[in-house]
Design a protein around this ligand. Structure first.
Ligand SMILES: NC(=O)c1ccc[n+]([C@@H]2O[C@H](COP(=O)([O-])OP(=O)(O)OC[C@H]3O[C@@H](n4cnc5c(N)ncnc54)[C@H](OP(=O)(O)O)[C@@H]3O)[C@@H](O)[C@H]2O)c1
Length: 284
């Protein structure tokens, strides 16, 4: 079969299409006659030598096509089925590919659209899971118009989150159509996000890797309007449940001061504490 490969690291000129032995599926895997294979940023990172150091290397983690060979134990798939999924060995940019995780291509998708899904959608879903994005979250996605970013916007919106996404101005309409409120990355980003979400965002995903996360996290942490000692947790709940806290309520826990002298920090930032009689006063 023909397959994309490189035998030395470098620019796109090191890529070649070569003849390689046909691969065969292992237990639980299927082989497809590839109709479409996704191209990802990891391809050029591999080609530049930023990932695996072995040579030569094949390319491609995702593909869609027609099943032409079944591995041992595969029961729900038949030869001729339209399937898409992840390449077992990172070699989907080829005429034949073995898939380890796969699903039928939905009738609404052509092969190209199906081949574009696995890497971006899995990455986006994993990132949102790790961040705990859920209904009620306000999430900022930097690089929202790209492959992973577009998937993350749609998945976050589907979870019920409010999504603010960065993109160049030309892609703002695209972001709106996906369910995000667009802002432009670069100078002034922080001010744009502040104008949309004065209380800040509570999740941030930097898909572009442009290094804005520290600034966004530092400047957009929701304002702490009141802190309570752990023993006053009920008081904190009452204030929060009222629905007008206007910022974050925080419990401060300080085991070293024991329950008789719990540390408290007031909203103005000046530390106070309780003495053994429970009286509130400044901490020395
Ligand atoms: N770990 C994993 O499993 C995994 C999987 C997939 C991808 N990734 C990584 O995720 C990253 C994104 O991949 P991708 O496929 O989504 O890339 P992509 O499709 O090329 O998208 C990147 C986006 O970044 C935006 N961008 C460019 N410069 C920017 C800047 N200075 N600030 C903010 N945004 C900027 C661009 O927006 P505009 O076009 O609007 O300018 C572009 O749409 C890559 O580093 C990739 O290697 C990791």
């Amino acid at each position: 079969m023909k397959a994309a490969r490189f035998s030395r690291f470098g620019g796109p000129e090191v890529l070649e299409v070569v003849d390689l032995p046909d691969p065969h599926p292992g237990p639980g895997e299927v082989r497809i006659a590839v109709r479409a294979a996704g191209v990802n940023a990891s391809d050029w990172k591999k080609r530049q030598g930023l990932m695996d150091q072995e040579l030569p290397q094949t390319l491609g983690y995702e593909a869609a096509g027609i099943v032409d060979e079944l591995g041992e134990g595969v029961a729900q798939v038949a030869i001729g089925d339209r399937m898409f999924g992840f390449s077992t060995d990172g070699a989907s940019q080829a005429e034949l590919a073995v898939l380890s995780s796969y699903a039928p291509v939905p009738p609404s998708l052509d092969f190209a659209a199906a081949a574009a899904l696995p890497v971006a959608v899995e990455t986006a879903a994993r990132a949102l899971d790790q961040l705990g994005v859920a209904a009620g979250s306000t999430v900022l996605i930097n690089g929202a118009s790209g492959s992973v970013g577009s998937a993350a916007v749609q998945l976050a919106a589907a979870r019920g989150a409010r999504v603010i996404g960065t993109a160049s101005a030309a892609n703002h309409g695209h972001l709106r159509s996906l369910g995000a409120e667009p802002v432009t990355y670069g100078a002034g980003l922080v001010e744009q996000v502040r104008a949309l979400a004065s209380l800040g965002v509570d999740r941030a995903l930097d898909v572009a890797g442009s290094g804005v996360l520290p600034e966004l996290v530092e400047r957009f942490a929701p304002p702490v309007v009141q802190t309570y000692p752990l023993s006053d947790v009920a008081e904190a709940h009452r204030a929060g449940e009222g629905g007008h806290a206007c910022g974050k309520l925080v419990l401060l826990v300080d085991r070293s001061r024991s329950t008789s002298r719990l540390a408290v920090a007031r909203s103005d930032g000046r530390p106070v504490g309780r003495d053994r009689r429970g009286r509130v006063g400044p901490l020395e």
